[in-house]
Structures are given as C-alpha cells and as structure tokens.
Design a protein around this ligand. Structure first.
Ligand code: ATP
Ligand code: MG
Length: 229
C-alpha cells in the first residue's frame, strides 16, 4: 500500500525489445527521462517510433533488456507485475470491452461503492446512458458505447482508483474534437496532482503538457517545452 506516492518517474538507460535473440531489433534504445511529480509529459513521434512501447515498459507489460525504471524511488521490476498494473493506470490505444457487467468493466477498487461509481460516471457524463441501458449490472456490451464514450468510461474507472500515475496512449484517436476537449478538461480537473504521460498525435494535447519528448526509432531525439519543439 502507499505506492506510488507522488508519482516521480525516473527512466534510466532503458532499452527494450520484442521477441528475443540477437536479431531482436530494440524498440527502445537508451532512454533517459525524468517526469516530476504532478507534471504532464507529452510523447510524440511517428508511427512505430516506440511511444506505446515506452508506455508498456512503464506498466511492466514489456520487460526491459537493460536499464531501470523507478517510480518514487522504487524499481518497478522489484514490484509484482499485478501490483504495478493495478497502481499504474494505463489507458491503451485500443481499450477492450471485457465480457461481463458494467461494474466489472469499471474495475471498482475495494472500498468503493456503487454510489462512488455512479458519481464518477456522472462526472464524465455517462450516468444517464448507463442507467437508461440497464444500470451497473447490465452487460457492458449492451451499453453499446462509442469509442469516445468508452474512453470516458475508462476515465471514470481511473477516477475511482485515485491513481497518481496515469499513462494515456493515443486515447483520442477516432474521437471528435469536442469529446477530446472534454477528456482533456476532465483529466486537468480530476487528476490535477497526478503525474501524467500522454501519447498523442494531436498538437493541442501536447501543447497543454508541461514538457514533451519526441521519439524516433526508439530513442528520445528531442525534449523540452512543447512550444519549443
Ligand atoms: P503508433 O503511433 O503507430 O502507435 P508507436 O510509436 O506507438 O506507433 P510502437 O507500437 O511502440 O510504436 O512500436 C515500436 C516498434 O516496436 C515498431 O517497430 C513496432 O513494429 C514494434 N512493435 C510494437 N509492438 C510489437 C509487438 N507486439 N511485437 C513485435 N514488435 C512490436
Ligand atoms: Mg502506439
């Protein structure tokens, strides 16, 4: 319990690859990066540059070939993978709907009530839809949420977990501008003190960040204020 605290991320000499053997082409090469607690980092770069891979490394979906990632001075490799994935919340590029109820899909943490879930759903503007289409015990697939609504649903779930580290991978692709603006607003207000890493192709999403890095071929090729890049 208690980890992560404020969400101070330090990535040191990190390399990682998919597959194994000498032929495995590194997808991350010698990454050095620090994200201060409570700040937002934008991650840009072309398709295939390693953005999603970096996110995967941070939530231990992909193990490192070399280097170390610490969050609040704790090496994430020393923490059980389930714990890392529970505490470091990543919204993936393609979020899946699991077979099961709305409540199951919301991954309600211990100590949270149905009422807490309803409140979070109300904050993201989904409570009416959920109630109209069968409530928390309805099958998630019966909700027939659009991709934008599904991301809002994931964000409601993240609110319940009160995560201090959020990783958002291209969550707004295929979403209209208005929904995207809404998602940015909610993240800004509900996760004000969290450390947030945002992968996005959209300039505005990056511009809103405190800092940004550019990846190319698995390396960080540029870093600084988003306006300067
Ligand atoms: P996009 O903008 O298209 O999402 P990205 O920057 O997120 O791109 P990654 O998905 O991190 O790029 O991919 C980085 C490299 O790793 C690419 O060369 C890609 O082909 C490779 N790669 C990604 N996922 C896998 C995988 N599951 N198995 C093998 N190689 C992979
Ligand atoms: Mg990606």
């Amino acid at each position: 319990a208690g980890w992560p605290g404020r969400g101070h991320i330090v990535i040191k000499d990190v390399s990682a690859s998919y597959g194994s053997g000498e032929n495995a082409e590194p997808a991350l090469r010698d990454i050095q990066l620090e994200v201060l607690p409570g700040t937002t980092l934008g991650i840009c770069g072309r398709t295939g540059s390693g953005k999603s891979t970096l996110i995967s490394a941070l939530c231990r979906v992909l193990e490192l070939d070399a280097g170390q990632i610490t969050i609040d001075e704790v090496d994430i490799a020393s923490i059980a993978t389930e714990t890392v994935r529970e505490r470091i919340v990543a919204l993936p590029q393609n979020a899946l709907v699991l077979p099961g109820t709305v409540k199951f899909n919301a991954i309600v943490p211990e100590g949270c009530s149905d009422d807490d879930l309803c409140q979070a759903l109300r904050k993201v503007g989904l409570l009416d839809i959920v109630l109209e289409r069968g409530g928390l015990e309805a099958s998630m697939t019966d909700l027939s949420l659009s991709s934008g609504q599904l991301q809002l649903f994931r964000i409601a779930s993240m609110m319940l977990r009160k995560s201090t580290v959020l990783l958002l991978d291209e969550i707004t692709s295929g979403i209209d501008e208005a929904t995207e603006a809404k998602i940015r607003r909610i993240i800004g207000s509900e996760f004000q003190t969290a450390t947030v890493m945002i992968v996005s192709h959209r300039l505005q999403a990056i511009m809103d960040c405190d800092r940004a890095v550019v990846l190319k071929g698995g390396r960080i090729v540029d870093a600084g204020s988003p306006q300067g890049l």
